[in-house]
Design a protein around this ligand. Structure first.
Ligand code: HEC
Length: 106
């Protein structure tokens, strides 16, 4: 029983961290991804909320999303193909966007 309380606290702080990530999308997201993606609706690509739901409960969500963004291509959404790195995002921008997307569904 002793270990339960710290793990509850850890979960709560993860939820808080997730929410603060959700509040501000990295600036690169609007410029380099925003012509094809929006937070809550499909545009040319799937919404970030839908992508986040796909990776919900996956502890490697952020790194898997980052790999998809870096490589581009088709991921089963049947919406066509995504260009590798979107519109020229660098690795740091891809990392911050991937963490942001992964945090939406938590
Ligand atoms: C020219 C349009 C376009 C741009 C720009 C673009 N995407 Fe995409 N993206 C797509 C399409 C289309 C898909 C869906 C492909 C499919 O049908 O599987 C997609 C899918 C995705 C996925 C789903 C990956 C998965 O594993 O399911 C993620 C994450 C994503 N995009 C993130 C981004 C990010 C972050 C950026 C900016 C750095 C970006 N996209 C820029 C068109 C775009």
């Amino acid at each position: 029983m002793k270990s339960v309380i710290p793990s509850i606290l850890a979960t709560v702080s993860l939820i808080i961290a997730g929410n603060s990530l959700a509040a501000d999308m990295p600036a690169a997201g609007k410029v380099k991804c925003g012509s094809c993606h929006a937070i809550a609706k499909k545009v040319i690509g799937p919404s970030y909320m839908d992508i986040s739901a796909k990776y919900k409960n996956d502890k490697d969500a952020a790194s898997k999303i980052a790999a998809s963004v870096t490589n581009g291509g088709a991921f089963g959404w049947k919406m066509g193909k995504m260009p590798p790195k979107g519109l020229g995002a660098d690795d740091a921008e891809i990392k911050s966007m991937s963490e942001y997307i992964a945090g939406l569904a938590k």
